[in-house]
Design a binder for this molecule. Structure first.
Ligand code: NAG
Ligand code: NAG
Ligand code: NAG
Ligand code: NAG
Ligand code: NAG
Length: 215
């Protein structure tokens, strides 16, 4: 009796589906925003805060985007900084189970002096490779991974570029997309694999949580 009762509770829990509530808002000027909390559809696992900023070599902001909303486990990305002789890109997708996820700090300069790594350093407009130049750069110690970015925007602004350079060790293959002011953006980040046995506790928890949801 108790067992079948528990069974029914489990079935009804699975049937109802757990749904999360997240604040929804976006900003193109600052790394923060406030909005109303809304219920996420069952395809979402968690709440996210997303931040992307691109700057030219002089430090002039090309674009900044911040948003809060519903997300999925595979969206999560620890703060990554990508740089080369052309561009600096900061990106972060913070995940949490409460309505407002707080962004982690970006890795600060000169903090992790490690061995120096040499990476390709290029920028090509309207292309998805950099075959025309074989420039390289030596990455600073705090940016020990070679990385590439494939960037596309469609809508009011149509821009497409491929660039290679150095990224912080938090770099992982990921796709970040966002919409602002009538334009849809997609940024694909590719990182050269380095051996790492470290698992973030939050990721382990997220995986465990996803397994529980599947049961
Ligand atoms: C939040 O919801 C309230 C009530 O539904 C509404 O008046 C307000 O405009 C909403 N705020 C935002 C930022 O959407
Ligand atoms: C990248 O560098 C190339 C060649 O130096 C230049 O033509 C291009 O405008 C630069 N792009 C950006 C976004 O700075
Ligand atoms: C890239 O494409 C855009 C839009 O199609 C165009 O305006 C721009 O001149 C192109 N740039 C290069 C370097 O071909
Ligand atoms: C870049 O390197 C590749 C392979 O080493 C070579 O085939 C190509 O000609 C080089 N390109 C330039 C522009 O030097
Ligand atoms: C990341 O993407 C690159 C390029 O597609 C690929 O070579 C590499 O194996 C990927 N790394 C991981 C960990 O999936």
């Amino acid at each position: 009796m108790i067992i079948s009762g528990l069974f029914i509770v489990l079935i009804s829990f699975a049937g109802t589906g757990y749904s999360i509530h997240c604040q929804q808002c976006s900003s193109t000027t600052e790394k923060n925003c406030k909005g109303n909390e809304t219920k996420c559809s069952s395809m979402f696992d968690l709440c996210i805060s997303k931040y992307i900023s691109t700057k030219d070599i002089k430090g002039q902001v090309i674009e900044t985007y911040f948003s809060r909303g519903c997300g999925k486990l595979h969206d999560c990305l620890d703060p990554v900084i990508f740089t080369n002789d052309n561009i600096t890109v900061e990106m972060s997708v913070e995940c949490c189970w409460h309505s407002i996820c707080v962004l982690k700090d970006f890795p600060s300069k000169n903090k992790h002096k490690g061995k120096e790594v040499k990476c390709k350093n290029c920028y090509s407009d309207n292309e998805s490779t950099c075959n025309k130049n074989n420039n390289t750069m030596v990455c600073p110690g705090e940016e020990p991974k070679c990385a590439s970015i494939n960037y596309q925007s469609k809508g009011k602004v149509n821009k497409n570029f491929f660039t290679q350079g150095c990224a912080t060790k938090s770099c992982k293959n990921n796709t970040v997309d966002w919409k602002m002011e009538g334009t849809s953006y997609t940024l694909q980040l590719f990182c050269k694999a380095t051996i790492s046995l470290g698992f973030s506790p939050v990721i382990l928890l997220l995986v465990a949580f996803s397994v529980i949801k599947l049961l």
